[in-house]
Design a protein around this ligand. Structure first.
Ligand code: AGP
Length: 607
């Protein structure tokens, strides 16, 4: 979703701004722009990728301060005019904004009545004109932004640059903004890993914070007045250069990184001696685990699919009710919160607005939330202040892969921990831990010989729709496979628990319809095979993801993709991988932009 980068110092700003935008590219956007101050404010903006913007930039742009933006359209179409930065009418103030201004319609109308000519259809442009009114009436830059923000409702992460002042004003409410302090230079970005190459000294702005950035100093105050308590954090987590390590796409690289990422996630957390798991970031004592009434897991998209695996594992191992919730629905359904329950907010980015609002709702009602998060220091991680970092490392492709497997792994670790406290013996725990240790190696084994993915691609690439089926823990795996193929190859996909298929989706099947069946060797196997037969009887072509050695099932498939045998509880960590490869290869065949699919954003920071 929209990205912001800003710089003030002694170096040339333009190359830093463009590099900052490139680092934000993975978030998904449709246009980008920069403004650099050099006497006047020089704005350049363009629809398309950052490379399109680069093409229209002059060879050299003088100036040591500027702000930049990648836009994901919410108000107004994808046009050069609607791209940020927006300028005041006199050209003396430039603004970039992430978020949504709810009362923009009224504000735009009032500005037009005052004689302003708005040059875009965006909600954001209104802000720059309101700030200019404040400046003309003699207010300081900070005051003009403050007064403007007190008149708007909505969310913002914004930066403002002034022709007459050597500073950048920033403000946050609901859209992430991080400040970085270097030697004689200051930075701002909407994403910490756009900053890590420049400095480790971060200020994570809180909602309601405002800041003045000069090259030597960062001053943070509150929107309502007074000094903010936001202090500097030294971040050692280096996300490194976004390089592809020889892979043609980030998605493929990240699929192949899964064994290593999983090793990082489980390192030091498998407690073989006790047949349990060590999760130091969870503030949950054994007594609490024994008496907790239920567990709720909340997330969106891939994270929601991971939650659904987590809830089944928790319920099965700990014999305690567990429910997964769609984050975007959660807050609006006025949920009943039990303060003794355990809540998990699951998110790769830690910035997803829907999940963040769910966390706020739970906390507001006295509930306790733990994060299952990838990005260290992200908004949800800070808001929960307890939980588990999944340690996937940077995930650049919009389609999540290695974050999914590590979310699942983290939730399985929790399921083992709570299960061991409540229901099962040390010996049973040890046997699961022993199996868990082997999974990274089994993933490697599978990836070194992924089976007939090409044949599956042939069946899928021209299909009108694809049905994904699984039962038990494999039902959410089916959902994840469907989401992946749909989001990057734009093929309509439907995922169903296999037994439910005959209650509706079976009507879609005709001669040649591809059906992907997830079939680990678990207690559901026979039933899933029966569903597969029902599909075959209607002419469907079966792509079967099954346990190696299950020849009886494999013989019935049109394409059979074996994965190494493992404990059924851990099977989602392996069975999901072929679905990722199928989605990747189909998208390539169809000429889609694998890493940056249309309309999607990596980090969805608006509700
Ligand atoms: C995953 O492939 C998707 N792009 C998307 O569903 C994603 O999982 C969702 O937006 C949640 O993101 P989060 O994990 O950063 O909260």
């Amino acid at each position: 979703m929209c990205g912001i980068f800003g710089f003030i110092g002694n170096r040339s700003a333009a190359p830093l701004l463009v590099d900052g935008l490139r680092r934000l590219e993975y978030r998904g956007y449709d246009s980008s722009g920069i403004v650099v101050k050099n006497g006047s404010l020089q704005v350049h903006k363009k629809v398309g990728k950052v490379s399109e913007l680069s093409k229209i930039l002059p060879d050299h742009i003088e100036g040591n301060m500027g702000i930049a933006h990648t836009r994901w359209a919410t108000h107004g179409g994808v046009t050069d005019f609607n791209a940020h930065p927006h300028l005041s009418e006199d050209g003396n103030i430039a603004l970039v904004h992430n978020g949504i201004i709810d009362n923009a319609k009224g504000l735009r109308k009032r500005l037009q009545e005052r004689g302003f000519e708005l040059s875009s259809e965006t909600d954001s442009e209104a802000l720059v004109h309101m700030i200019s009114i404040g400046i003309e009436s003699g207010q300081s830059p900070l005051e003009s932004v403050r007064k403007t923000l007190t008149r708007i409702t909505g969310t913002w992460g914004l930066c403002v640059l002034f022709k007459e002042h050597d500073l950048i004003i920033c403000a946050r409410n609901g859209s992430p903004l991080i400040l970085g302090q270097g030697e004689g230079e200051s930075f701002v970005a909407s994403d910490p890993h756009a900053l890590t190459q420049h400095t480790q000294n971060f200020f994570f702005l809180e909602d309601g914070d405002m800041a003045i950035l000069t090259k030597d100093r960062i001053e943070i105050s509150r929107l309502e007045g007074g000094i903010s308590s936001t202090s500097m954090t030294v971040v050692e987590d280096e996300w490194g250069q976004a390089d592809m390590a020889g892979f043609p796409h980030f998605m493929l690289k990240e699929i192949h990184e899964q064994p290593e990422a999983l090793r990082r996630c489980i390192a030091g957390r498998l407690d073989m001696a006790n047949g349990s798991a060590k999760l130091g970031g969870l503030r949950l004592q054994p007594l609490r685990l024994r008496t907790v009434p239920h567990v709720r897991l909340i997330g969106c998209g891939t994270a929601l699919n991971a939650c659904n695996i987590g809830r089944l594992a928790i319920e099965s191992l700990a014999r305690i009710p567990a429910v997964a919730h769609v984050a975007s629905e959660f807050r609006y359904n006025d949920p009943v919160i039990n303060p003794n329950a355990i809540h998990f907010a699951v998110s790769q980015s830690g910035e997803t607005a829907d999940t963040l609002s769910a966390v706020k709702e739970i906390q507001l009602k006295g509930g306790d939330v733990h994060g299952i998060i990838n990005v260290v220091g992200s908004s949800i991680a800070r808001m929960c202040a307890q939980g588990v970092y999944i340690h996937s490392g940077p995930e650049q492709a919009v389609a999540s892969t290695k974050a999914f497997t590590n979310m699942v792994a983290s939730l399985l670790l929790f399921a083992i921990k709570i299960g061991r406290t409540r229901t099962f013996s040390r010996e049973k725990g040890q046997s699961i831990i022993k199996d868990f240790e082997k999974i990274p190696e089994l993933m490697e084994k599978y990836l070194s010989n992924p089976g007939p993915i090409d044949e599956a691609v042939e069946l899928v690439k021209n299909a009108k729709s694809v049905l994904f089926l699984g039962r038990g823990l494999s039902a959410p795996v089916a959902s994840e496979g469907a989401l992946k193929l749909m989001e990057i190859a734009y093929i309509p996909c439907l995922a169903y628990p296999a037994g439910e298929m005959k209650h509706g989706p079976i009507a879609l099947l005709e001669d040649g319809s591809p059906v992907v069946v997830i079939l680990p060797n678990d207690k559901h196997r026979q039933k899933t095979i029966a569903s597969m037969h029902e599909c075959r009887a209607r002419g469907a072509r079966i792509i079967l993801i099954h346990e190696e050695g299950d020849d009886e099932a494999a013989e019935e498939a049109d394409v059979s993709i074996p994965v190494p045998p493992c404990n059924y509880l851990l099977s989602p960590l392996l069975t999901v991988v072929p679905t990722q490869l199928i989605a990747y290869r189909v998208a390539l065949e169809l000429g889609c932009d694998v890493d940056r699919p249309r309309n999607l954003a990596k980090s969805v920071t608006v509700e």
